[in-house]
Ligand binder design. Structure first.
Ligand code: FRU
Length: 446
């Protein structure tokens, strides 16, 4: 009999029911607020609410009442953003109206605000159909993201031209209620059929967004939906974007719809993927969010470090074989001149999750992790439960492995690979075989 109370220890879930995207990450009165797409009544996606959790240390989360719910205005409250402005939290979200489906669907941007950070009042649609340039479709217009520069508010919204693919539109406002169209940011169609969940960190010169059904490039972006980043700048006065090539944010199976806090370069993603089964549904919940990751740009690339409040248990020098019993927590391994690395996690008999260095790249293997996860991907790696990530091959290698019930997130020299895994609840073997100079392992309790 499945233990219905089995939940991740430090990853945000909806406690019961379904969650997807993180929404409106914001710091208000000294607390981190995270909202998320939520349907408590079932383990499947349904009429979207905004769930709400708060934390002081980004590790221990307390759930607050649902912040936004469907009503006569909204059939669903889709993804969006939060900003603290004039002493209040403002949420802008996509008001979804079914209207019988197809061409009649409407996705328009609506506003809500709160003085206490707990109770929210809706203010109706503020970027509506009349604010959409003529050639764009009001059926696919969603996921607003607000930021402020020089006293002006700006908002990025994912959009699509009628008969076209994904676009990203920029609006500006002086008062939060009246928004003016500025430009189509990239000025061309996306590779995938639609863009979702744009985010812009102006201090880092970083834009992130998702593409649905984007074509894979070799062994890159094998998930049918991926989250990308590009480095560069939005010239707000000229309404022009100057960004480099798109790069993948996370190399694992389960990462989507990432967002960062308005005042801190810390990002959280959805630790799951569309179009897959979710074996945790037998425990009454589906979906969780990743651990928060601090973002930096190093040598022209995104560098992610997990932000978790944890206590060091011990530090050891390791060489050759190391084994321990670890089910949840974090392990940090630093090694010089790394030549071989073979790690088995959540091991119990033949059951394990693998992460190893093979032919000059990192290879993650969840083919023997436990309960099977099936998606729509049909490439050989996906069918074999494999994901790959570039190996930096520098003098020193740093690996952080974050393990919680149902997930493993691996950070190797700032690149991340996040996946869900569903092993037996008592699978706790941690076996490492390593060849390197000065290899050190630190174990942390969370
Ligand atoms: C991304 C997404 C968003 C949308 C939300 C609906 O995962 O499809 O584009 O607002 O989920 O729940």
């Amino acid at each position: 009999m499945a233990d219905l109370n089995l939940r991740p220890k430090f990853h945000i879930t909806g406690e019961k029911g379904w969650i997807n995207d993180p929404n409106g990450l914001v710091i208000f009165n000294g607390e981190y607020h995270v909202f998320f797409q939520y349907y408590s009544q079932n383990i499947y996606w349904g009429p979207m609410h905004w769930g709400h959790a708060v934390s002081r240390d980004l590790t221990e989360w307390k759930h607050l009442p649902v912040a936004l719910a469907p009503d006569e205005q909204d059939d669903g409250c889709f993804s969006g953003t939060a900003i603290v402005w004039q002493g209040k939290i403002w949420l802008m979200y996509t008001s979804f109206k079914e209207n019988g489906g197809g061409e009649n669907i409407r996705q328009l941007q609506a506003l809500a605000s709160s003085e206490d950070g707990v109770h929210f009042v809706k203010h109706g649609i503020v970027i509506g159909e009349k604010d959409l340039p003529a050639e764009y479709s009001p059926c696919d217009f969603r996921d607003p993201m607000i930021f402020e520069e020089n006293g002006v508010l700006y908002c990025l919204v994912a959009a699509r031209k009628v008969d076209g693919r994904g676009r990203m539109l920029l609006y500006s406002s002086e008062d939060m209620f009246k928004w003016n169209f500025v430009c189509d940011v990239f000025g061309r169609d996306s590779g995938g059929i639609m863009i979702e969940c744009p985010d812009y960190l102006k201090d880092l010169g970083l834009i992130t967004y998702c593409e649905q059904f984007q074509p894979a490039q070799g062994s890159k972006h094998l998930n049918i939906h991926s989250t990308f980043y590009r480095l560069g700048k939005l010239d707000l006065e000229k309404g022009k974007a100057d960004f480099g090539e798109s790069e993948i944010i996370d190399y694992g199976f389960d990462f989507y719809a990432a967002q960062s806090f308005a005042d801190e370069p810390v990002m959280i993603g959805w630790l799951n993927m569309w179009d897959r089964n979710t074996p945790s549904d037998k425990y009454g919940f589906a979906g969780m969010l990743t651990v928060p990751r601090r973002l930096e740009i190093k040598n022209g690339e995104l560098w992610q470090t997990p932000v978790i409040n944890m206590r060091k248990v011990y530090e050891k020098k390791v060489g050759g074989k190391f084994s321990e019993k670890i089910k949840t927590g974090a392990v940090k391994i630093t090694a010089e001149a790394l030549r071989e690395f073979n790690l088995l996690l959540r091991k119990k008999g033949d059951m394990y999750t693998g992460f190893c260095l093979k032919d000059g790249e990192w290879v993650f293997d969840r083919s023997r992790s436990g309960e099977a996860i099936k998606g729509k991907e049909t490439d050989a790696d996906s069918l074999a439960g494999i994901r790959r990530m570039p190996f930096a091959n520098g003098n020193e290698t740093q690996i952080i492995v974050v393990m919680d019930e149902f997930s493993v997130e691996i950070f190797a020299d700032g690149k991340s690979l996040s996946s869900t895994v569903y092993p037996d609840c008592d699978a706790d073997g941690f076996e490492l075989e390593v060849k390197a100079e000065n290899c050190k392992l630190q174990l942390f309790e969370i």
